[in-house]
Ligand binder design. Structure first.
Ligand code: GTP
Ligand code: MG
Length: 400
């Protein structure tokens, strides 16, 4: 009787567990499908957003007969906009003094750590001595984390040389050696902090959807928390919604935003913002730019114009050109970086969405191949999820 009762209870528990497992699986599938949309084809992801904004920007085009649905439609649009605008919720907005940056970085790098560190541990544990197959297995892991073919080859070659030179035989030593090689390749001298002396102007560039506006919002908040006077310029005049999004971030960070109407000349926004920055004795002016320019020639023309205005009107300011790249796009980010380097003098990279990818290895490829310092990393959507890039912490974060 007692056994039967226990068995019955056990059965019920099993059913419950199965249901929970099923729910978790369904959630995981949904999540991975969402991630796929955004990471596989950024353009498609953006097309979805564009559709939302096309509706938002032309409300007058909706006919009278649709008016009764307008209220519902607007509610939906507003909800979607808030999602796109990424205004962090209360939970994400932890007081700065309580933020444990290292922990945030570690949890942001969870996926990459699983892809790199944990797999490396497994491989190293399965060999009794160092042999070629071990190095080949390591190579596969590094490539799958988007460290890139070129950088991986260099790393493995350097590692092999060290192992031979120092007559190392024990696989358990390999991970530490690999960390040292990564550090060498990434060139510690390239480390640098984002401009923050007064006055500074930070021109933020990058293709659409990489996280420029969000990074500006987080950065502005960080400077404000350091008691700096910050001004933001909405030189992405491509969409009205982009200007609104920046204003919302401005509110959150308690910074003024200089903006003109949608479609106006971005260079004249930059001009006005510089005049305002001088008049108000602003410490840091951050300039948002459009990512939706259709080709390199357009991009070059627009950025050149903005740059000329800055050079002519604000020569006393320390100028930083921050290229924002989305880590989830992996090697694509590398291609974008190469293109932007041809167009502007990129002085630093902000790599966003490290939390959403197992391909954080791109950090290594970017800095070692491009010789441009990664200055900031985005590890979440919250206002405090932007950190100065720290090489040692990053290496510890991915090589568990
Ligand atoms: N998980 C995560 N999401 C991020 C991060 N940074 C930005 N995002 C999200 O990426 C999406 C796009 O960010 P935006 O800041 O609008 O990108 P943008 O480059 O300004 O885009 P355009 O203005 O269209 O060129 C938003 O949903 C952000 O919340 C990050 O570090 N982690
Ligand atoms: Mg933007």
């Amino acid at each position: 009787m007692f056994n039967w009762f226990k068995k019955k209870n056990k059965n019920q528990e099993d059913i419950k567990e199965n249901e929970i497992e099923k729910e978790i699986k369904e959630e995981e599938i949904l999540k991975s499908e969402e991630e796929k949309i955004f990471s596989e084809d950024n353009e498609d992801g953006k097309k979805l957003n564009e559709e939302i904004f096309i509706e938002d920007e032309n409300p007058r085009e909706v006919s009278q007969s649709q008016d009764e649905n307008l209220e519902d439609r607007e509610e939906i649009i507003i909800e979607e906009k808030i999602e796109e605008n990424n205004i962090p919720n209360d939970e994400a907005e932890v007081k700065p003094e309580k933020v444990n940056f290292f922990q945030r970085l570690m949890s942001g790098l969870d996926k990459t750590r699983k892809e790199v560190g944990i797999k490396i541990n497994t491989v190293l544990g399965s060999y009794v001595k160092i042999e070629d197959d071990l190095l080949e297995d390591l190579e596969d892991i590094l490539i799958s984390a988007d460290i890139g073919m070129e950088t991986t080859m260099k790393l493995i070659d350097n590692l092999r040389n060290t192992i031979i030179r120092e007559k190392i035989n024990d696989p358990s030593q390999v991970k530490d050696l690999l960390k040292v090689e990564v550090k060498k390749l990434m060139d510690e001298n390239l480390q640098g902090k984002i401009a923050s002396s007064s006055p500074s102007i930070i021109l933020v560039v990058g293709v659409n959807g990489v996280g420029k506006t969000t990074t500006i919002g987080k950065l502005a908040k960080r400077f404000k928390d350091q008691n700096k006077k910050v001004l933001i310029a909405a030189a992405d005049t491509f969409r009205a919604a982009a200007i609104d999004q920046l204003r919302e971030w401005g509110n959150r960070a308690d910074c003024d935003v200089i903006s003109h109407d949608e479609g106006s000349d971005p260079a004249s926004v930059a001009f006005d913002a510089i005049s305002a920055a001088k008049a108000r004795k602003i410490d840091i002016l951050i300039v948002d730019t459009a990512g939706r320019l259709h080709n390199k020639a357009n991009l070059m023309k627009e950025l050149e114009k903005i740059n000329k205005i800055i050079d002519k009107n604000y020569p006393e300011a320390l100028k930083e050109t921050l290229l924002v790249l989305d880590a989830t796009t992996g090697q694509n980010a590398m291609n974008q970086a190469k293109t932007f380097k041809e167009v502007v003098n990129v002085t630093g990279i902000a790599l966003t969405k490290l939390d959403g990818t197992a391909k954080g290895g791109i950090v290594i490829a970017l800095q070692s191949e491009l010789k441009v310092p990664i200055k900031l990393v985005g590890v979440g959507e919250g206002v405090y999820d932007l950190q100065d890039f720290n090489l040692d912490n990053f290496i510890d974060g991915i090589f568990a």
